[in-house]
Design a protein around this ligand. Sequence first.
Ligand code: NCD
Length: 311
Amino acid sequence: MRYTQKHLLAIEGLHPPEIASLLDLAENYVLLNRSGKTQRDLLRGRTLINLFFEDSTRTRTSFELAGKRLGADVINMSVSTSSVNKGETLLDTAATLNAMNCDLLVARHAESGAPNLLAQKVEAAVINAGDGTHEHPTQALLDALTIRRRCGRLESLTVAICGDVLHSRVARSNIHLLTTMGSRVRVVGPPTLMPAEVADLGVSVFHDMARGLAGADVVMMLRLQRERMAGGLVPSAREYFRFFGLDAEKLRHARPDAIIMHPGPMNRGVEIDSEVADDPERSVIREQVEMGVAVRMAVLDTLSKWTGRNV
Ligand code: NCD
């Protein structure tokens, strides 16, 4: 079963073959990218708009690169929401984008559900590039591609997702993807940074790194998202690092060949120590970024079948 939906708004609800087909296609793009070639005829004449209502480095640039390598005309729109009503701006923007005949719309927004709303209002195929604390589907796909290449499979792995799960759309998308593909997911962090309903997502919850990491194949660290905290959820950065920051000592509890992941941007010395983040054998953080471009090319390729205009 290939991925046949018009948009990519969430991982929740996808079936294993849909996920696998996107990853298989992304594998081809890893090879293409490594060969230094491009495939500019694929999206020639199509317009991709990167609509970012929130900051981004990796996600926006990798969508831009992905679009350009496939030959699309790429336009970046960064929109500040500081002084305007968010709902109104979003719908106004949707009307503008429609008038521009945009084919593919990559949207990031601080409000959960904003890309879904856009998908109802625009003609373009919409890709969720991160909405509030809800989902970040292409991040989970690139993480899955990285894991599959390193561990050889996505099923029957023990994956520990550690840190600020409460505010993390990356965690939510990864939980859905990894449990759907048959892995065991643990979430590890202080009780104040765990969503109340997290166990309903089919994960086991740990508040202690030693126990949470025991025997893990994959250790995925999350950024402490202070910008989403009303305050008071964590003690000082120093204390947080002492209990929940990944360093060589805590990593000893995981399998000796466990890989270390982080979606970026990293707070070094807060959730992760440089020694493990830069470990050339076990850290796959740079590989995640490389996989990000390939996965986004696969997603654009797949969704471009829906962009109706003949070019
Ligand atoms: C993540 C995001 O924006 O959700 N970053 C990313 O896309 N690589 C995670 C984060 O901001 O911590």
